[in-house]
Design a protein around this ligand. Sequence first.
Ligand code: BEZ
Length: 218
Amino acid sequence: MSVQETQPPAMSGLRIGDTAPDFEARSTTGPVKLSAFRKRWLILFSHPADFTPVCTTEFVELSRRADDFAARDCALMALSVDSLFSHFAWLRLIRDRFDVEVRFPIVEDPTLVIGRAFGMVAAGDYDSATVRTTYFIDPKGVIRAMTCYPANVGRSIPEMLRTLDALQRVDAEGALAPANWTPGDALLRAPSHDLDDVYAAENGADWFYRDVPAKAPR
Ligand code: BEZ
């Protein structure tokens, strides 16, 4: 397993706008290389441990919604410190108990080298029990959004899809997604940077707050 850091100092954690550090590792679907996922969106997410209840619900729900991520040209990739064989055993139990096959790759990171490069765990941490981190990585390999949840609260899969929809739509429209935006809602125009627009606006707020007409939902 190896990590090529592109943006020091990776140990302190990555930020929105950083290029995701490339890595190669073993996974449940064979060897993976992060940069091989470019040209598509990728959601890379860590989970605290295999064989834990909240993580199990996340994997079941993500697998049930796998087609929805694929429809958005977005791959999923999970990561934890557990070994490849632990991942296999857990996936087999998930299939037997929930009748769901997890088909996206789950990476093993037993030395935390990837988790540290991404800032999922702090430099001095010796276990990963605190991390439930999610990175939304765009087709150029740039981190566009990230979330961090505690071990005892599971992520919302609808919110992951909504965030992905919002990122893809603001890119396509050169616009902004307001609070609570969901597909079908209006986006907002980026505010003008030109004082003439400020004075020319018919309504006092128009220069910084205006809808882009909504498009039909997908
Ligand atoms: C869970 O996924 O249920 C879990 C993981 C780590 C600590 C506690 C709970």
